[in-house]
Design a protein around this ligand. Structure first.
Ligand code: IMP
Ligand code: MG
Length: 196
């Protein structure tokens, strides 16, 4: 195991169960409708690929890349790196995220997409860190709540690394502090990586 990884927090089996459960719920809730899944790049691409195959509905997919702007601190003002190719007016939009932390990115993204007059907007996240929330945001579908620890794998990165881990792992804070200390990791990741 990589020296930076202290423990596996979510196994492949748990991830598969989570995707299957969410896919069933979404299929039930949108029955008779067509949905467009909006993958928030980069982190959510692995989750999107698993989730979409558990959804038994006619669905479209599109990708959006945003960076959560800051000075020193995240204000959550979203800068669009890559916008949607699709016009979402009148469509049922499901935003697919990797993890909700402060909630700032999603709140702004949701507000932005709302201005385009979709028929509905819901949010689905693989992971949720409710203890870190700074703004109130309703998340319709949550795969798993996790404690306030910096996680990698299953699409999630530290400085663009570890996205290819098939499980979700916790990094050793002592070894990763320089790049991603507990209070600054979000801003650091945004500024260094540009894209979430
Ligand atoms: P927020 O909800 O606006 O604070 O930001 C959420 C984004 O920060 C996610 O989409 C991730 O890209 C990133 N992020 C938050 N927590 C973690 C983590 O534990 N590991 C990796 N990326 C994270
Ligand atoms: Mg993200």
């Amino acid at each position: 195991m990589d020296a930076e990884i202290t423990k596996i927090l979510v196994s492949k089996e748990e991830i598969a169960e989570m995707c299957s459960r969410l896919g069933k719920e979404i299929t039930e809730d949108y029955r008779g409708k067509q949905v467009i899944l909006i993958c928030v790049l980069k982190g959510a691409f692995v989750f999107l690929a698993d989730l979409i195959r558990e959804i038994d509905l006619p669905c479209e997919v599109d990708f959006m890349s945003v960076s959560s702007y800051s000075g020193k601190h995240s204000t959550g003002v979203v800068k669009i790196i890559k916008d949607l190719d699709t016009n979402i007016t009148g469509k049922h939009v499901l935003i697919v995220e990797d993890i909700v932390d402060s909630g700032l990115t999603l709140k702004h993204l949701r507000d932005l997409l709302d201005t385009r007059n979709p028929a509905s907007i819901r949010i689905c996240t693989a992971f949720d860190k409710p203890d870190r929330r700074k703004v109130e945001i309703f998340v319709d579908y949550i795969g798993m709540e996790i404690p306030d620890e910096f996680i990698v794998g299953y699409g999630l990165d530290l400085d663009q690394r570890y996205r290819n881990l098939p499980e979700v792992a916790v990094l050793n804070p002592e070894l990763t502090n320089a790049e991603a200390g507990p209070e600054v990791e979000k801003d650091e990741v945004s500024e260094l990586g540009g894209q979430e």
